[in-house]
Design a protein around this ligand. Sequence first.
Ligand code: ADE
Ligand code: ZN
Length: 349
Amino acid sequence: MTAITEALRRLPKVELHCHVEGTMRPSTVVELASKNEIELPTSDPTQLYRYTSLDTFLEIFWLVQSVLGDGDDWARLAYESAVDGAEHGLVYRESFFTPARHLDAGQDLGDIVAGLAEGCVAAEEATGVRIMLIADIDRAYGPGPGLEMVQRLVELRRANAPGTDRVLGIGLDSTELGVDPTDFAPAFELAGRSGLRRTSHQGEVTPPTTIRAGVDVLGCERIDHGLSLLDDPELTQRFVDERIPLTVCPNSNIRIANAYPRLELHPYARMRELGLLATLNTDDPALTDLDLTYEYRSVMDAFGYTWDDMVTIALDGVEGSWLDPTDAGALRARITADADQLASSLATG
Ligand code: ADE
Ligand code: ZN
């Protein structure tokens, strides 16, 4: 590993757009499939990890998700996910989980959240990495099950059920084409009224009208992907003026959405030049052969960024996060101090 790659690996990083199921180790996919008697089409799941579109990706994502059978499986997933992230300098993540198919199959949201939280606690003890959770609604299941998930989450929080203090908010992911995001307004309205934060995947493969709906109708405080935002200059300016964060996943947009043939053609640099709070994230690293070190290194190379640019990107992750001001200040100070040390070791070789 070159010195700059190693420095980027060690730079403390925040991640705001990462699906816990999309971090599942291939070996864990195989072991949990066997444990839960799920038949996989191959003994090496990585053979399935090539996609021509978001929807072909989701077929595989759903297959991987289906191997999670009980709270212990969710705990293992959360633990391994955090430990693997920490290897790449992850110090804080707001991680998505999307339980629609598990709830549909009879699992209880309380068991899923408790399992995830147990894994997060163990990983925190082992590595110091802190993981908070965002419960995503799966668009493919429709607004009814989405609202039911939020109702159950609100009920669990009221009862102080184990792990629910780790769930910061809700999100919306999965297929975009042919789905009207405003159909999910009642679920988002309930979440907002109940003190849950709100974000949603919009504009990954759809026009900026969905991004506008995300902020104006669903009340989202940030937008995941938001790839088509620049097609609407007026909305873009609003995101700049109001510092509405985008959780951008450049390499995912190439490998999953097939939106650009090469990273150099991705609008990430243009987004940042315009003054957008465009954070940097991996989305589904284990399903796309990615990690945070690679994400940072490849973006640095593609757009000719300096070390200081990369540190600013790491700090923007803190600004886009849902940390309270005290914790955000402490994390900013830690990133800055470590970055200064890494910069001087780079300078002295
Ligand atoms: N679920 C996991 N990854 C996703 C993505 N990139 N877009 C929508 N839903 C997802
Ligand atoms: Zn995503």
